[in-house]
Design a protein around this ligand. Structure first.
Ligand SMILES: [Zn+2]
Length: 81
């Protein structure tokens, strides 16, 4: 994950299991900013909602690409003489 201070990629320095926070990771970025993250389970409903939004976005993007395609690209029927 990226550093919340400067946006650089981080590496995990230490992983611990705390009774209060669960799985915790001590991270450090290339600029030596340090912070801690914790791992939490995501409810399935939130994952489904995210997937639905992603698919709707993709559909919109594909439709806008189709509409912007010039007519000359479309195939016309070949004539036989
Ligand atoms: Zn940083």
């Amino acid at each position: 994950m990226k550093c919340p201070t400067c946006g650089a990629w981080t590496s995990v320095k230490q992983t611990t299991n705390s009774p209060t926070f669960g799985h915790m990771r001590r991270r450090e970025c290339a600029n030596e900013h340090r912070f801690t993250t914790k791992e939490v389970a995501i409810p399935q409903e939130e994952i489904d909602e995210e997937r639905r939004k992603h698919l709707a976005n993709n559909k919109k993007r594909l439709e806008s690409i189709r509409e912007s395609r010039p007519k000359s690209v479309r195939k016309s029927k070949a004539r036989v003489y």
